[in-house]
Ligand binder design. Structure first.
Ligand code: ADP
Ligand code: MG
Length: 641
């Protein structure tokens, strides 16, 4: 027998040599999670407290030992008198629709542990349908889990410990708070019941842990490619020629990009700034840094591409050659140019290899075009150019510019996968007042429009997109056209499906007074004389759209007016929108309101949903988790990276 024992022991020992980290991650995976922190933030959904009650308080759930004194059977009911330590008087147990099991249980002389709410009924103490417990003296957490309760519980007990959590980068305080949620004591449970859930400090700790977990996991997923070339051109010749001082945010963005482009790793950066925040200057500065190497800049429409082209020619030093590529039309020497500006026509044309690719108004591109663009960026650039690429896997630097502000918290979370720069300030202090008006204010509004147009300024009236069958209580653009044309000169009309949209916009920009449009106008064409925007049925639109629309006016410091025309004067969303012009704050509000409408969960690029984190509210927590990351990463054992 002894000999047979040996190999067995040998096997056992071998098993022990498996690193404990592996066994741990196996357990975590079995429970349906991908990290210890994720397991830890999935706290119990409830607790069963089986400790014996010591004092009687009417109306509360008690756990007590009961000795059956007498039993009586009534139709559909079993009534037993039991003796307990909780009270000198007997307690009456009533079981409705008793099973044979109950009859066996409630026999005089037998003792059981029971749990149920003790109530006063007439002058008696009564418990209806109590539960029989086989064991007492514990607080048992209940999980929403894929495994059996006890199996899941054992995994949590062995892994969710203060030592393990601090090993993941959590501080001791937060670690202890989280552990307590899994293994509460009496005091904790009392507070849990009082709050109707986990207390605020613990919630903070859980949010923090969740954010930290997110950063840790995604920072490992980011793929870094070598750059085709280090770009170390100088921005000074460009900046010095500008007739204005760059804003601090512009400078900061340019500095970040300069560092990116000068490095060995292909940059992947998203620059997010409101309409009018001066992103073009950042784009041009990037092209200057790339010089004498080539850069490609893509815009979503030919109007925008042309605008960028014109601005590039105006602001960039003369030695930087610029070309324009739109469908069926090219200007400048595409093969020789240092900066090639264009629409998606760029994607269908042979281009010289460029170590820098930029996209303006990135959010306006369709999925297909984005995919093509990704391919363009992903292409391995081996050939051409005078310089050897840094490596065979080299990719161009890729900068995306977006005018769709995202909540700051989301920006921080996204920064785990891609670098993000926010431009929050605008070169001109926006002087736009926002007014919520209804029918009763329409006459005054018409007066305002007359004043503005007569002073040479322009007005945009945005109508909601309406299906013919839909009745929304607002006039459609078609129904209103005659009204405006009868009263005003220079009325132009366009809509999303209008083939001549670009021409109409161009003509309006030059000589129009009033433009009637659907939300098509989100396009970033600049209308420097536009002072007023009227948004009909404003409550039907998302805050992001409203913000884009309002951003059209007062782009050059002109006194601006935004009228939200609505039948719902008390609309909370519109009210809070009227109070701020900061795009990032509006994005946060948008998220908040949409969430309260249950339209949106905290879904991220990675498809992950958060249990605790609220992107509309938890900016500070996410920031401090992000700042903890380097320290937390240092703790991580090399093997699990
Ligand atoms: P965005 O692309 O972010 O919507 P633009 O780059 O078109 O904004 O800039 C809006 C306007 O502000 C342009 O007329 C631009 O020339 C001007 N501008 C940009 N930066 C500054 C600055 N630092 N000071 C003054 N004007 C600026
Ligand atoms: Mg722009």
């Amino acid at each position: 027998m002894k000999n047979e024992d040996k190999p067995l022991r040998g096997r056992k020992q071998k098993k022990r040599t498996v690193p404990s980290a592996c066994i741990e991650s196996e357990k975590i995976e079995k429970a349906g999670f991908s990290s210890l922190l994720e397991l830890a933030v999935h706290t119990p959904s409830s607790y069963i407290d089986t400790r014996l009650s010591t004092v009687l308080s009417i109306g509360e759930v008690h756990t007590f030992e009961a000795e059956v004194m007498s039993v009586s059977r009534l139709p559909n009911r079993l009534v037993a008198q039991v003796r307990t330590r909780l009270s000198d008087r007997p307690i009456e147990i009533t079981i409705f629709h008793p099973k044979p099991y109950h009859s066996a249980l409630f026999k005089p002389g037998l003792r059981h542990f029971l749990q149920g709410k003790i109530e006063r009924f007439r002058s008696k103490l009564q418990v209806v349908n109590p539960q029989k417990l086989s064991k007492t003296g514990e607080i048992v957490p209940q999980y929403r889990c894929r495994l059996r309760q006890d199996v899941h519980r054992r995994i949590v007990e062995s892994l969710v410990t203060v030592a393990n959590l601090t090993g993941e980068g959590l501080d001791e305080m937060r670690a202890a708070l989280i552990v307590r949620a899994h293994r509460p004591d009496e005091m904790w449970l009392k507070l849990y019941r009082r709050y109707g859930g986990v207390g605020p400090k613990t919630v903070e700790a859980l949010k923090f842990a969740e954010a930290l977990d997110y950063f840790r996991r995604l920072s490992g997923k980011r793929v870094r490619f070598p750059a085709i070339a280090r770009l170390k051109g100088s921005v000074e010749p460009f900046v010095e020629r500008l007739p204005f001082e760059l804003t601090d945010d512009q400078k900061r963005a340019i500095e970040a990009i300069r560092t990116d482009l000068g490095g060995d790793t292909a940059a992947r950066r998203m620059v997010v700034g409101d309409v009018g925040s001066g992103k073009t200057m950042v784009i041009l500065a990037s092209a200057a840094v790339a010089y004498p190497q080539k850069s490609v800049l893509m815009a979503p429409t030919s109007i925008l591409a042309r605008q960028l082209y014109e601005e590039a020619k105006k602001w960039l030093p003369d030695f930087i050659d610029i070309a324009l590529v739109t469908q069926g039309r090219e200007e400048g020497e595409v093969q020789q140019a240092h900066l090639i500006v264009g629409t998606h026509a760029l994607l269908y044309r042979d281009l010289p290899d460029a170590p820098l690719i930029m996209v303006d108004e990135q959010h306006r591109f369709g999925t297909e075009q984005r995919k093509m663009l990704e391919r363009l960026v992903a292409k391995n650039h081996l050939s051409s150019g005078t310089e050897e690429p840094l490596s065979k896997k080299a990719k161009p630097h890729y900068l995306q510019f977006s005018a769709t502000p995202i909540p700051r918290t989301q920006a921080m979370l996204e920064s785990a996968l891609i670098d993000v720069t926010l431009i929050e300030s605008t070169p001109f202090v926006k002087n736009v007042s926002t007014h919520i008006v209804d029918k009763s204010g329409f006459a005054a509004l018409l007066g305002h429009i007359r004043n503005e147009t007569e002073a040479g300024r322009q007005v945009l009236v945005v109508y909601p997109l309406v299906e013919e069958s839909e009745h929304i209580g607002y006039r459609s653009i078609g129904e209103s056209e005659a009204f405006w044309k009868e009263r005003f000169e220079g009325v132009y009309v366009t809509h999303g499906k209008d083939r001549n949209k670009d021409e109409v916009l161009q003509a309006f920009a030059e000589k129009g007074r009033i433009l009637l449009a659907t939300t098509v106008i989100e396009v970033g064409i600049s209308l420097p004389k536009l002072s007023t925007i009227v948004i009909v049925g404003a409550e039907r639109m998302g805050l992001a759209t409203l913000h884009q629309l309002r951003g059209r006016v007062s782009r050059t410091g002109l006194r601006g007016y935004c009228f939200l025309f609505t039948h719902d004067m008390q609309n909370e969303r519109l009210k809070s929108f009227a109070q701020t012009t900061n795009g990032f704050e509006i994005a946060r509000l948008d998220l908040k309101f949409r969430k309260s409408g249950d339209l949106l969960t905290g879904k991220m690029q990675s498809g992950k949903e958060f249990v605790w984190l609220d992107m509309a509210e938890d900016e500070e927590i996410v920031r401090s988790a992000k700042n903890t990351l380097p320290a937390a990463e240092a703790l991580r054992p090399k093997s699990s990276q």
